[in-house]
Design a protein around this ligand. Structure first.
Ligand SMILES: NC(=O)c1ccc[n+]([C@@H]2O[C@H](COP(=O)([O-])OP(=O)(O)OC[C@H]3O[C@@H](n4cnc5c(N)ncnc54)[C@H](OP(=O)(O)O)[C@@H]3O)[C@@H](O)[C@H]2O)c1
Length: 241
């Protein structure tokens, strides 16, 4: 299968790249980090785009055009981009901690990044092309599942992503009959994103990135039209919004 991992340098993204490469898939990658210092952005030969693509969406469009010209347009795209905390800012515990800059960053990385990828798909793919698009979301973005509160910006941005996926699935059911789009909760995974909160999690509920990658790949392989628009759990079952 031709697969594209967006966010290839993150904990789950990197594990997905390894998983698919080890299983002989044709893997392309997009990362906002320069992980390969020898890679010029004008040279896509290793099928890797490494540029701050949220600020330079033109590079993203050029990369998809390049993949198309090479007959390597992905049949599956897994968009791993996400954000929960930064060095001087943990997620909010209460309303007074919510600030505009941190909220905007959450919205940009957790929601708008996936919008941008979908818009490039819209420009590049033909109406009848087969495509599975899976965007990593989070169970904490489920409104009906919110029993603990806190984490305002992350929760709101993932809820917005879930609504985007649902809305896009309705549009694509009419305009792109062979495309499936779903949000997926990967489970709590041992990465930089979850690191500050791992003490509260029992070891059997904290999964390695390689196990999470295996589970995501299995969901992607079994994805069908009925899943479009849903928020899926890592075992493929549907979570309530
Ligand atoms: N780990 C968990 O327990 C857990 C639980 C639920 C949901 N999730 C979700 O799973 C996804 C992957 O999380 P992770 O645990 O692998 O976290 P991570 O290691 O922190 O990775 C973060 C991801 O965001 C991308 N990213 C960061 N800054 C970016 C920027 N400025 N522009 C574009 N991309 C940027 C990174 O890719 P590049 O640096 O390569 O661009 C990477 O794929 C996220 O959406 C997260 O919300 C994770």
């Amino acid at each position: 299968m031709k697969v594209l991992i967006v966010g290839a340098s993150g904990g789950i993204g990197k594990a997905l790249v390894s998983h698919y490469r080890n299983n002989d898939h044709d893997v392309s990658t997009i990362s906002s980090q320069l992980t390969n210092p020898h890679l010029a952005t004008s040279d896509y030969s290793p099928n890797a785009l490494e540029v701050d693509w949220l600020k330079q969406p033109g590079e993203l469009a050029d990369f998809f055009s390049y993949l198309k010209s090479q007959d390597r347009l992905p049949e599956a795209i897994i968009s791993c981009t996400g954000f929960l905390h930064e060095a001087d800012h943990l997620p909010e515990k209460k309303l007074t901690e919510l600030d505009h800059k941190f909220f905007t960053r959450n919205m940009e990385l957790n929601c708008y990044s996936h919008v941008l990828i979908s818009q490039i798909i819209e420009q590049t793919y033909k109406r009848k092309d087969q495509l599975k698009l899976v965007c990593l979301s989070a169970k904490v973005g489920s409104i009906s599942d919110n029993h603990l509160g806190g984490w305002y910006s992350y929760r709101m941005s993932k809820a917005a992503l879930n609504m985007f996926i649902k809305t896009l699935s309705i549009e694509w059911s009419r305009s792109r009959p062979n495309s499936i789009v779903a949000a997926l909760h990967p489970g709590t995974t041992d990465t930089t994103l979850s690191e500050p909160f791992q003490k509260r999690i029992s070891p059997d509920k904290l999964y390695s990135s390689s196990l999470t990658a295996e589970r995501i790949a299995s969901v992607v392989a079994n994805l069908n039209a009925d899943d479009s628009g849903k928020l899926l759990f890592w075992d493929g079952s549907a979570l309530g919004y």
